[in-house]
Write a protein that binds this ligand. Structure first.
Ligand code: GLA
Length: 411
């Protein structure tokens, strides 16, 4: 044996001993924190209303309004800053907030939010820059995760602009590993717009994943921006088809943040909120909580509708039928109860007549059954907040254009 081989064998031996005695500290855990978001996350995000106009005063006032409006009492928890909070990276690569917009720093802001019994969320991007052109996390994932953890961040929305050459699953796994290494339980909100089927790999990596491009405040429209489009409430709803089997406690399809209170008619807002509840979607308000009309507040804080969204079984609802613009949706609930929605997306009022006994329903996914010939359910209209008879008789109603009737059936 020549001396070179002996030396390299010796080297290998010493290396193995060292690595062994230190443990495999280069190994990463590429999966999400378990036990978070067992029901769809509820909160607020700055983007839909404020876009890049974010600052610490807005965030503080929004945290205050979350409480004074009754939103916190209704279950909303997260105060999430979206794009454009960023300043520069320093010479060591650490990210800092924009010093003019966030002069007190993110740790102080997170402490303010936490002191109110709320949780604090932030935004970054898997690419070199965010969609708003601020510094992205590519190449800085572990450093950024450490920074967020040191600030007290509880929720990270992680976007997908400027990701040339990256593959989504791997890029999101890197951030999941970085959050694990930082050691703080942080919800990872995957925001790659459904491009690379995040429902297939997202459940291991994050707690929720966007299924579509961006929403905007129109009930039934598409807005063309040239290279990209944003979608109205009905367009986003239709894009959820075929995804319900991927949802469940700790893993949610995300049809985007809400536009309730951002300019649609009250009936449209009500229908939007109803459908997001039926989809077991994250309920992230996107309006100005400091200036809500009483109608907007009533929609966002309807506890019976929220209870459908937050039902602990975590089963996403499904469309039973669609005829002449009238859709019937069902969502199995805990204890054998059901939520039922009649959605009128047609061009005028529609009459509903639903004979429960003639329509026994079995949900193939959850195996839940609604059989009114065997069980008579009490019916409650959760928007009018009134009892509405039982399933012994057909349900009849007339529904205005772009509105809903939402019922909860209980044994
Ligand atoms: C993307 C996301 C939006 C928002 C913006 C911010 O478009 O999908 O939800 O975060 O970026 O620039």
């Amino acid at each position: 044996m020549n001396i070179k081989i002996i030396l390299s064998l010796l080297n290998l031996f010493v290396f193995s001993i060292t690595a062994y005695s230190q443990g495999n500290n280069y190994e990463q855990n590429y999966s999400k924190f378990k036990g978070l978001a067992l029901t769809p996350p509820m909160g607020w995000n700055s983007w839909n209303k404020f876009a890049c106009n974010v600052n610490e005063q807005l965030i503080r006032e929004t945290a205050d309004a979350m409480i004074s409006s009754g939103m916190k009492a209704a279950g909303y928890t997260y105060i999430n800053i979206d794009d454009c909070w960023h300043g520069q990276r320093d010479s060591l690569g650490f990210i800092h907030p924009d010093p003019e917009r966030f002069p007190s720093g993110m740790k102080a802001l997170a402490e303010y939010v936490h002191a109110k019994g709320l949780k604090f969320g932030i935004y970054s991007d898997a690419g070199s820059q965010t969609c708003g052109g601020r510094p992205g996390s590519r190449g800085y994932e572990f450093q950024d995760a450490q920074t967020y953890a040191s600030w007290g961040v509880d929720y990270l929305k992680y976007d997908w602009c400027n990701t040339e050459g990256l593959k989504a699953e791997g890029a999101y796994m890197t951030m999941a590993a970085a959050l694990q290494r930082a050691g703080r339980p942080i919800v990872l909100s995957i925001c790659e717009w459904g491009t690379d089927k995040p429902w297939e790999w997202g459940p291991e990596v994050g707690q929720l994943w966007r299924t579509t491009g961006d929403i905007y405040n129109c009930f039934d429209c598409i807005e063309d921006h040239g290279t990209w489009q944003s979608f109205g409430v009905m367009q986003i709803l239709d894009k959820q088809e075929g995804l319900r089997q991927y949802a469940g406690p700790g893993q949610w399809n995300d049809p985007d943040m809400m536009e309730v209170g951002n300019g649609m008619a009250v009936n449209e807002d009500r229908a939007h909120f109803t459908m997001w509840s039926m989809l077991a979607a994250p309920l992230i308000a996107g309006n100005d909580l400091r200036n809500m009309s009483k109608e907007t507040t009533a929609i966002l804080t309807n506890k019976e509708v929220i209870a459908v969204n937050q039902d602990k079984l975590g089963i996403q609802g499904f469309k039973l039928s669609s005829k002449d613009g009238l859709e019937t949706w069902l969502k199995p609930l805990d204890d054998g109860n059901w939520a039922v929605v009649f959605l009128n997306r047609g061009d005028g009022p529609r009459k509903v007549e639903f004979d429960w006994k003639k329509n026994p329903i079995t949900d193939e996914l959850s195996k839940a059954e609604l059989n009114a010939s065997q069980t008579t359910y009490k019916i409650r209209n959760v928007w009018t907040k009134k009892a509405a008879g039982t399933t012994a008789r057909s349900f009849k109603a007339e529904i205005p254009k772009y509105d809903v009737v939402m019922l909860v059936l209980s044994k």
